[in-house]
Write a protein that binds this ligand. Structure first.
Ligand SMILES: CC(C)(COP(=O)(O)OP(=O)(O)OC[C@H]1O[C@@H](n2cnc3c(N)ncnc32)[C@H](O)[C@@H]1OP(=O)(O)O)[C@@H](O)C(=O)NCCC(=O)NCCS
Length: 180
């Protein structure tokens, strides 16, 4: 089932969640080389072919209903600050959130805002039953951002996530429809 991007775009006055554009690619490519991003996410630096296809790939995610890949942009000047992706599961009632904030924009609450906006859209507008977010047990910035976004801590899943060929224990969080 196709996913329709929210119109007007989701905003809390500080950030806007909008579609990916070619003009964002410089910042996205640069951030894909950031050591902390490489350590925490299981994608390598974006290669040329992947860069060329990035906007089309994001559009395909929307069109096939597999996910809602948003650019997190500054509400004042539309500058890209990071990425947040709501990934839908097969059963379509449950989704996972993944977030990254570009290095120069970190520590200003951007991730917490983006996680909250995106999760509330999923629960209220898409009618999801559950939105999950997870972080490696030593990813303190991510854990803190997820907590600030209002997610409930469920517990630790051992050897649950894999990055750079290594498995890590992860803290699992969720927001469910009953939390609203
Ligand atoms: C994790 C990430 C998304 C956080 O983005 P952000 O916009 O800086 O997050 P926020 O500003 O909303 O919150 C970060 C919180 O973590 C805290 N924090 C940052 N580094 C920390 C550390 N090493 N130890 C403890 N807390 C830390 C900050 O103080 C802040 O909390 P506060 O507002 O209570 O002071 C960003 O660092 C990132 O993109 N990292 C690389 C990719 C990644 O790890 N993605 C998540 C994968 S699960």
């Amino acid at each position: 089932m196709q996913l329709i991007p929210p119109q007007p775009p989701l905003t809390d006055g500080e950030i806007v969640l909008r579609l990916r554009r070619e003009q964002d690619m410089g910042a996205i490519v640069e951030a894909s080389r950031d050591p902390e991003t490489l350590r925490r996410l299981d994608d390598g630096p974006l290669r040329e072919e992947a860069q060329r296809q990035s906007v089309a790939r994001a559009e395909r995610q929307w069109a096939t209903g597999k996910g809602a890949p948003f650019v997190i942009a500054d509400a004042r000047d539309d500058r890209p600050l990071g990425l947040v992706n709501l990934q839908l599961r097969e059963d379509a009632a449950v989704a996972n959130l993944a977030v990254s904030v570009f290095p120069e924009a970190r520590g200003r609450g951007i991730a917490a805002r983006a996680l909250r906006l995106c999760a509330l859209w999923g629960l209220r507008d898409l009618g999801l039953a559950r939105v999950a977010a997870e972080a490696a047990v030593d990813n303190h910035a991510s854990i803190r951002a997820i907590e600030k976004a209002g997610f409930h801590r469920e517990g630790i899943l051992r050897a649950h996530c894999e990055t750079q060929g290594e498995r890590h224990d992860c803290v699992m969080f969720s927001l469910v429809a009953a939390d609203l």
